[in-house]
Design a protein around this ligand. Sequence first.
Ligand SMILES: Cc1cc2nc3c(=O)[nH]c(=O)nc-3n(C[C@H](O)[C@H](O)[C@H](O)COP(=O)(O)O)c2cc1C
Length: 188
Amino acid sequence: MTLDEILNDAFGLLAAAIKDRAAPFRTVALATVAAEGAPDVRTVVLRSFDAGARRLSVHTDARSTKVAQIQAHPAVALLAWDPMRRLQLRLRGQASLRAGDAMTRDAWEGLPGATRHLYRLRQAPGTTLTDPSPNQYDEAPEAFGFARFLVVEIAFDRLEALHLTHLGQIRARFDFAGAAVDAAWLVP
Ligand SMILES: Cc1cc2nc3c(=O)[nH]c(=O)nc-3n(C[C@H](O)[C@H](O)[C@H](O)COP(=O)(O)O)c2cc1C
């Protein structure tokens, strides 16, 4: 196995996750920097992946905690694990927030109605409740949710793959600077 093959395999699996809801990398852990440098992490759905531009994106509610964290500290990390292939991916990058533009509108219109509905939650995600039924939605038209819909674009400059094989562990690191790739094998 070559470093090129490892990278192509990782990129192929990330691309597959955009089209296939059952793909193992469909959901990833997105880590952010919270107040006072503390880490925070949560599951998100991978929504777009551009291997050439080294960019991917996820969707979120503009009122969510992660958005304020990214505004304060754009550095993020992503973690994904495919138990069938026994492959872990770690990505490091810088996040930027997009709202209200044509790209965001396209992403919004490509979502099923049930997903768009989630953005009509009356109270901000993370608001304290007195009982566990949070699903109070605004009565306004579904399009209203677009005002809260945000695309988090992540430009990644590092990808690490750890493959657990029957022969042992294979770990590879890829650093990206523009079109250039600096690749190396690492001790697992
Ligand atoms: C399977 C799964 C998929 C999720 N996908 C998303 C997502 O795409 N975007 C999102 O904002 N939250 C998603 N969530 C909810 C987040 O994990 C998190 O609970 C929520 O966004 C609030 O996070 P925050 O308070 O750190 O902003 C998902 C949760 C699960 C379990």
